[in-house]
Ligand binder design. Structure first.
Ligand code: LIP
Length: 274
């Protein structure tokens, strides 16, 4: 029920805030990192420690819930989304930023039930902003309602995307092609700040009109996609079809119109599903 979900979300908010405190302390210290899928895909001890803390905290409270965590998957655990309540966790979204002390890092926690996202919690650590949404209940930042903009065209809009953690030629070609296509609409600008979760929060709060990215994983966008929808935005697959959180790609816009316009000009790289 909605009140159960609200209780789950409230607890996750508390856990995200605690996790954020650890990240805030660690970001100003010396950091070392290991590599994951590529030489630009980074992980630190803090990512791992924070993920363990989040999963253990939620598990203790909800022993029958399931978990998908970025670093657990990197450690070899398979992504498996069932009908059971499943927490989808990115302990530090924006690890590259964390490593470089760029203050755009977030804790992202989504909750899926019957394979539908029902709650999203994203903590913008260095801004101390807690973004939350429960299905049907609207989206909030630090408890105040947030809304997307009214933008219906790319012309004059602010577009947010990311380079991502892949550098292979086919993926890069697609990236450049899409970048050019967006600029040729006379969009006011493109931003790429390094956190998929926070990019979605920016669209949700009306600080930017649309976000697209290829190569993301479910933990990058689970929480953010529901936050955008609950803020009145339109989230779909870049082909224009239904958003699929396992498909590694997303478009999230202020309105259906601007979102469909962007879908119409994007080229899609091949991506292996989560
Ligand atoms: C990152 C995303 C970023 C994306 C990177 C990476 P991480 O998440 O938020 O937007 O471009 O490829 O996935 O790895 O820092 O949690």
């Amino acid at each position: 029920s909605t009140s159960d979900i609200q209780a789950f979300a409230l607890f996750a908010e508390f856990v995200a805030k605690e996790a954020g405190e650890t990240i805030r302390r660690a970001i100003v210290m010396e950091k070392s990192f290991d590599l994951k899928s590529s030489v630009v895909d980074l992980v630190t001890e803090t990512d791992k420690a924070v993920e363990t803390f989040i999963i253990n905290s939620l598990k203790e409270r909800y022993p029958d819930h399931q978990f998908i965590g970025e670093e657990s998957v990197a450690g070899g655990l398979k992504v498996s989304l069932t009908d059971a309540p499943t927490w989808i966790i990115d302990p530090i979204d924006g690890t590259t930023n964390f490593v470089h002390t760029f203050p755009y890092v977030a804790v992202s926690i989504g909750l899926s039930i019957n394979k539908e996202l029902v709650a999203g919690i994203i903590y913008h650590v260095m801004a101390d902003e807690m973004y939350t949404a429960v299905v049907g209940q609207g989206a909030f930042c630090n408890g105040l309602p947030i809304k997307v903009t009214h933008a219906t065209t790319l012309q004059g809009s602010l577009v947010i995307t990311e380079v991502g953690a892949a550098r292979d030629p086919l993926r890069m070609d697609c990236f450049y092609k899409n970048f050019k296509a967006v600029l040729s609409t006379n969009a006011h600008g493109i931003r790429a700040l390094g956190s998929a979760a926070l990019n979605l929060c920016m669209v949700a709060k009306g600080a930017g009109d649309i976000n697209y990215e290829y190569g993301i994983h479910c933990w990058d966008v689970a929480a953010g996609s529901i936050i955008v929808r609950e803020a009145g935005g339109y989230v779909c697959d870049p082909t224009g079809g239904d958003f699929d959180q396992m498909a590694r790609r997303v478009v999230a816009g202020a309105t259906k119109e601007i979102t469909k316009e962007l879908c119409g000009i994007l080229s899609h790289p091949d991506l292996e599903r989560d």
